[in-house]
Design a protein around this ligand. Structure first.
Ligand code: AP5
Ligand code: MG
Length: 190
């Protein structure tokens, strides 16, 4: 299996690039943010809980997120591999991910981290707010909080994969096509 963690701060292009990678490599795309938003729309119990965190730009608790992702992975046992978009966001999530991939006799192949500086992220998200309808895009303060939470709680997850020699840094600025090519090259070479 080819299992990729597509990592990066809010607005780095994880969703955009995932769409391209799943086609190229025939993978299942698991975006925790998308799954939460689907549940929010359906007003499920999980959605109501997740909304209370997402609307503030905070992380949904590990326990809830891990349980949800585990069930999505196990639903797709016969997949050729996965792209994890927006997961793991804490070291506890990274450890849990290793554990449930082991159940499928597989593991993470690599983490590709899209690097984009803060002002560019804010510009992208401000622009997307005009069309996305995402509550967490609507307010610059919430956007700033999401970026801060990324720095404090999520960026350290890079080290988890660096110590396993599974970490690749990708310049996330430029045209969408150029970034896709950088990712293809990095994944193919790995
Ligand atoms: P999530 O949905 O994962 O949001 P995010 O990480 O904040 O990132 P985005 O989806 O906003 O950005 P992206 O990197 O996908 O970029 P995109 O391709 O859209 O999470 C939302 C919330 O859910 C979290 O805050 C948290 O509360 C909760 N959550 C999710 N996962 C969790 C977890 N594991 N644990 C706990 N809580 C969790 O691109 C952004 C914009 O830029 C688009 O408009 C796009 O068109 C544009 N763009 C893309 N590429 C380029 C480019 N090269 N140049 C110019 N513009 C570009
Ligand atoms: Mg996204």
């Amino acid at each position: 299996m080819l299992n990729i963690v597509l990592f990066g701060p809010p607005g780095a292009g994880k969703g955009t690039q995932s769409e391209r990678l799943i086609e190229k490599f025939n993978l299942v795309h698991l975006s925790t943010g998308d799954i939460f938003r689907y549940n929010i729309k359906g007003e499920t119990e999980l959605g109501v809980l997740a909304k209370s965190y997402i609307d503030k730009g905070q992380l949904v608790p590990d326990e809830v997120t891990i349980k949800m992702l585990r069930s999505e992975v196990l639903k797709n046992e016969s997949a050729k591999g996965f792209i994890f978009d927006g997961f793991p966001r804490t070291n506890a999530q990274a450890e849990a991910l290793d554990a449930f991939l082991a159940v499928l006799n597989t593991s993470i192949t690599l983490m590709a981290a899209l690097e984009v500086e803060e002002n560019e992220l804010k510009e992208r998200l401000k622009k997307r707010a005009e069309v996305s309808g995402r509550s967490d895009d609507a307010d610059p303060e919430i956007i700033a909080n999401r970026i801060q939470v990324y720095k404090n709680e999520t960026a350290p997850v890079k080290e988890f994969y660096q110590t396993q020699n599974k970490f690749v840094s990708i310049d996330g600025v430029g045209s969408i096509d150029d970034i896709t090519n950088r990712l293809f090259e990095a994944i193919t070479k790995f």
